[in-house]
Design a protein around this ligand. Sequence first.
Ligand SMILES: Nc1nc2c([nH]c(=O)n2[C@H]2C[C@H](O)[C@@H](COP(=O)(O)OP(=O)(O)OP(=O)(O)O)O2)c(=O)[nH]1
Length: 140
Amino acid sequence: MTKPDLAISRIMTVVAVALVDGDGRVLLQRRPEGKAMAGLWEFPGGKLEAGESPEAALVRELREELGIDVEAACLAPATFASEPLGDRHLLLLLYACRKWRGVPQALEASALKWARPLEMHGLDMPPADRPLIGLIEALL
Ligand SMILES: Nc1nc2c([nH]c(=O)n2[C@H]2C[C@H](O)[C@@H](COP(=O)(O)OP(=O)(O)OP(=O)(O)O)O2)c(=O)[nH]1
């Protein structure tokens, strides 16, 4: 029998979304004090819970973090990032979404910002997110 790959057990899967408004801007949230990478601007989302599909996790996170309702069918897979993060390896699955119900509120973040991809190049974002900006630019 082959030995399990120990590196695989350290993979952390995170789902996140580029919410795109009618003006082609993307919603970012600022990570609050007390959390790792506090002050950085990230895409709303978070870790999968046991047994959750990526889409169900994102629907849940968007309700918890922003107070908005999104249908899983409106989440379009967009791109992903694969990046070492501390002693783990982050697999960030990024979706795009143009349709939701409600007005996003910063229920967990310290601030929200609607940003154009060009502006995102000048913002402090987690290292995994940097390569995603150009890809989002191409998608919008
Ligand atoms: N939501 C989100 N997380 C990101 C992005 N980029 C990035 O490196 N991450 C990292 C930060 C965290 O380590 C992890 C997201 O996990 P999380 O938001 O559920 O958890 P957390 O670290 O804030 O804290 P906790 O819930 O465990 O208390 O992914 C991003 O654009 N959006």
